[in-house]
Design a protein around this ligand. Structure first.
Ligand SMILES: Nc1nc2c(ncn2[C@@H]2O[C@H](COP(=O)(O)OP(=O)(O)OP(=O)(O)O)[C@@H](O)[C@H]2O)c(=O)[nH]1
Length: 433
C-alpha cells in the first residue's frame, strides 16, 4: 500500500543534569566546587533514504524518543552527549508541526537531513557557578528538556508519467489495469482536486507513478495562485503517454484528436511538448482499429518527416494486450529523461529549505479558582524544569531569573500582595514583595 500521510510524536533527549559536588582533598576540609556539566540530549533527525517510497513504516512506529545526555559527575567530569536518533524518510516527505501546521522540513534530496526536535542542553554543574563572593555554590542546573512535538508527515506522490488524451479514450481504464496500488491521496490544500494516480510495476520490477495529467492541468488552469508544490507534480512528470481511441468511437478521427490535444498541451506553457511522448493506440480490439492505425501511422510519418517520430504502441486496455510492452518501454524512456524545471533554482531552493525557529513566549500569569497566581509560559517552565530544587541556592537562582524576566514586577502590577500563593506547574510558593 502507498501511504501518503502519517502522524508521529517526537521527543528529543533531555540534557544531562549538572552536578553539585566539592573537591575532597587530603588535609583540605572544604574543597572548591567540582560538579561537572551534563551532556547534551540527543536530537531527532529525519534523513532522506532514496530507497524508501512510502510512509508505511510510520503506521506501526510513530513514537520517537531521543536519548538523554549523561549527567555531570564529581571531579568536574562532564556527562557525555547522547547520540542523535536518525529516522529515515522517503524523498518527497513534507514535515509539519501538527498543531500549528507550520512547515518544518521539505525533504527531497538523498541524504538530506533536518533536525525535527532538538536535544536539550546539558545542565551546568556547580563548578560553573563559583564566584569570588560565593566560592562554594550549591547551584546546579538540571538538563534542558528535549523538544517535544507532534509532527504531520506528508509524502508528495510525484507522477513520473502523465496520461493525456480526449475524454473516453480509455485513460482511467489503462490506469486502473496497470496500478499495483492506488495511493490514498488527499485533496491538495489549495483545491478540491484529487488527481488520479497509480503505482506501476513493470514485469522486471521497475516502479513509477502514473497520473491522469489533464486532471492536474485543468486544476492548474482553474486555480488562481496554485502552490509551487502543485506545479511540481507536472514538472516532475517526465514522460507523456498520449492515449488515442483507435476504434474511432463516435466518429472521431484519431489523428485529428492527436493534433488537438497537442495544441492544448502547448497552450499551458508548461514545457509539456518538450517531454518524450509515447503514443498509446488504444481499443485495438475494436473492428475498425487496425485500418485506423495504418492511416494514423502514415499521418504521423508525414508530420514528422525526417524527425524522430514518437513510438506508437497498439494496445487494448480492455483485454490488456500490448500493455506490458508499453510499460517496459515507458520505464526505459524514463531512465534517460531528466526533469523539466519550471522554476528557477533560487525559487526552488527557498521552498526546499526548512526553518526551525524557537518561538518562545516569556511567561504568562493566570489565576486558579482559589485565587492562587499561576505562572506559565514556555520559557518560564523550561527554567523551572532546569532548576535543581534539592539545593536552596539553586532555588534562589531561579527566583533571581524570574525577577530579571520581570515576573515579580508584573505580578505586583496585577495586584499580587505579600503572602499570596503562587504556583508554577506543581510547585507552590509564597509571594514576597
Ligand atoms: N473496446 C474497448 N473499450 C475500451 C478500451 N479501453 C477503454 N474502453 C472503454 O472506453 C470507455 C471510456 O474509458 P475511460 O477509461 O473511462 O476513458 P477516459 O479516457 O478515462 O475518459 P475520461 O475519464 O472521460 O477522461 C469505457 O466505456 C471503457 O470501457 C479498450 O481497450 N477497448
Amino acid at each position: 500500500m502507498f501511504l501518503d500521510h502519517a502522524k508521529v510524536h517526537v521527543k528529543a533527549g533531555k540534557g544531562g543534569d549538572g552536578m553539585v559536588a566539592f573537591r575532597r582533598e587530603k588535609y583540605v576540609p572544604d574543597g572548591g566546587p567540582a560538579g561537572g556539566d551534563g551532556g547534551r540530549g540527543g536530537s531527532i533527525i529525519f534523513e532522506v533514504d532514496p530507497g524508501l517510497r512510502t510512509l508505511l513504516d510510520f503506521r506501526y512506529n510513530r513514537n520517537f524518543r531521543g536519548k538523554p545526555g549523561e549527567n555531570g559527575m564529581s571531579k568536574s567530569m562532564f556527562g557525555r552527549g547522547a547520540k542523535d536518533t536518525i529516522v529515515r524518510v522517503p524523498p518527497g516527505t513534507i514535515v509539519r508541526n501538527a498543531e500549528t501546521k507550520e512547515l518544518i522540513a521539505d525533504l527531497t534530496e538523498p541524504g538530506q537531513q533536518a533536525v525535527v526536535a532538538r536535544g536539550g542542553r546539558g545542565g551546568r554543574g556547580n563548578n560553573r557557578f563559583a564566584t569570588a563572593r560565593n566560592p562554594a555554590p550549591e547551584i546546579a542546573e538540571n538538563g534542558e528538556p528535549g523538544q517535544e512535538l507532534e509532527l504531520e508527515l506528508e509524502l508528495k506522490v510525484i507522477a513520473d508519467v502523465g496520461l493525456v488524451g480526449f475524454p473516453s479514450v480509455g485513460k482511467s481504464t489503462l490506469l486502473s489495469i496497470v496500478s499495483k496500488a492506488k495511493p490514498k491521496i488527499a485533496a491538495y490544500h489549495f483545491t478540491t482536486l484529487v488527481p488520479n494516480l497509480g503505482m506501476v510495476q513493470t514485469r522486471s520490477g521497475e516502479e513509477f507513478v502514473m497520473a491522469d495529467l489533464p486532471g492536474l492541468i485543468e486544476g492548474a488552469s482553474q486555480g488562481v495562485g496554485l502552490g509551487i508544490q502543485f506545479l511540481r507534480h507536472i514538472e516532475r512528470t517526465r514522460v507523456i503517454l498520449h492515449v488515442i481511441d483507435m476504434g474511432g468511437t463516435e466518429g472521431r478521427d484519431p489523428f485529428d484528436d492527436y493534433e488537438k490535444i497537442n495544441k492544448e498541451l502547448e497552450s499551458y506553457q508548461l514545457r509539456l511538448l518538450e517531454r518524450p511522448t509515447v503514443i498509446v493506440a488504444n481499443k485495438m480490439d475494436v473492428a475498425e482499429a487496425e485500418d485506423n492505425l495504418e492511416i494514423f501511422k502514415q499521418q504521423i510519418a508525414e508530420k514528422f518527416g525526417d524527425d524522430e517520430a514518437p513510438r506508437i504502441f497498439p494496445i487494448s486496455a480492455w483485454s490488456t494486450t500490448g500493455v506490458a510492452e508499453l510499460l517496459d518501454y515507458t520505464a526505459e524512456v524514463l531512465k534517460d529523461t531528466p526533469e523539466f524545471p519550471l522554476f528557477d533554482e533560487e525559487e526552488v531552493e527557498s521552498s526546499v529549505l526548512y526553518k526551525f525557529e524557537e518561538n518562545q513566549e516569556q511567561f504568562t500569569i493566570g489565576r486558579d479558582p482559589d485565587s492562587t497566581w499561576v505562572l506559565g509560559g514556555e520559557r518560564l517552565e523550561k527554567l523551572f524544569n532546569m532548576t535543581n530544587f534539592a539545593h536552596d541556592e539553586s532555588i534562589m537562582r531561579f527566583a533571581r531569573q524570574l525577577r530579571s524576566m520581570g515576573v515579580d514586577e508584573k505580578l505586583r502590577a496585577k495586584g499580587a500582595k505579600d503572602g499570596d500563593m503562587v504556583r508554577i506547574m506543581t510547585y507552590h510558593f509564597e509571594f514576597v514583595d
